[in-house]
Design a protein around this ligand. Structure first.
Ligand SMILES: Cc1cc2nc3c(=O)[nH]c(=O)nc-3n(C[C@H](O)[C@H](O)[C@H](O)COP(=O)(O)O)c2cc1C
Length: 262
């Protein structure tokens, strides 16, 4: 049998190649083995965010609280109706990846695309939050849009009048910490609470702006922009206005008429 001289060029090459192969197998195995843990962590994060805007305190584990208080449904954004036959797919439905699949998404006309996202999933998961007696208290709507450096993804909770923002949170973005990243600041998110989406004439009135009104009629609709982060806040304003004023409007109109109260 041929004996390999490990000090030769060929020997060095064979040893390095072998070492690389072993390492790549180890790294790939670790990625595959850790995948279920990653998926569980993502699901847990999603549930924590949804419970936060649902205003539900965790009792026991996050998963137990979530199961007791949150009902996921799929909303057909082309009709504004719940796709009840698809409910089993609703929880954690991957609307973000659907947006790049023409069969599963709708194109947004350029003049409507203020959120800068081009397409969105035809079906969107929405989450009904329930109190201890099973009464629906809020509906949690995912929304997203182009901010300064990244697409920012969040949840907005709307009261059963279909017009009052009860809470907001962002679960994914790449904005600069201390500047655009302040969209995560609970004190800024608290400014959204109680704001109205539409005015008495049924026109979209919610906005985020510098020097927002703190008294008078407009105060009901306006949230102060983050200072030093005008560009991020512009993106968030456009995302909120697009999803609440266009995509979810037919659904919110039903909520405003008292449907879904049970
Ligand atoms: C390194 C760096 C990072 C920045 N990150 C952000 C950001 O995440 N969001 C943002 O709106 N502005 C960011 N800015 C600032 C913008 O360029 C711009 O000055 C700011 O949005 C204007 O806000 P203002 O009108 O409230 O001052 C960043 C600037 C620098 C130099």
């Amino acid at each position: 049998m041929l004996k390999l001289n490990k000090d030769s060029v060929l020997g060095t090459f064979v040893i390095i190649t072998g070492f690389c192969l072993v390492c790549s197998v180890l790294v790939s195995s670790a990625v595959v083995a850790l995948d279920p843990f990653k998926a569980a962590a993502v699901a847990n994060d999603r549930q924590v965010s949804i419970l936060r805007v649902a205003g539900v305190e965790t009792q026991g584990t996050v998963a137990q609280t979530y199961a007791a208080h949150i009902e996921a449904q799929l909303l057909d954004t082309t009709t504004g109706k719940i796709a009840a036959d698809r409910q089993s797919e609703a929880d954690g439905y991957n609307f973000a990846s659907n947006a790049s699949n023409p069969d599963l998404s709708v194109a947004i006309p350029a003049e409507e695309d203020i959120a800068g996202i081009r397409r969105h999933s035809t079906l969107m998961p929405i989450y009904f939050a329930k109190d201890a007696d099973g009464n629906v208290t809020r509906v949690i709507l995912p929304f997203y849009g182009a901010a300064l450096w990244s697409t920012a993804y969040g949840y907005v909770a709307v009261g059963m009048d279909g017009n009052t923002i009860e809470a907001v949170t962002f679960y994914q973005h790449g904005e600069t910490p201390g500047l655009g990243g302040e969209i995560d600041n609970p004190r800024w998110q608290a400014l959204w609470v109680g704001k109205k989406i539409e005015n008495a004439d049924g026109e979209l009135a919610f906005t985020i702006k510098k020097n927002a009104a703190h008294e008078g009629e407009q105060a009901a609709y306006e949230v102060d922009a983050l200072s030093g982060a005008t560009l991020t806040t512009n993106g968030i304003r456009h995302a909120a206005q697009y999803w609440l004023g266009t995509v979810y409007k037919p659904f919110l109109d039903q909520l405003r008429k008292g449907e879904f109260l049970k």
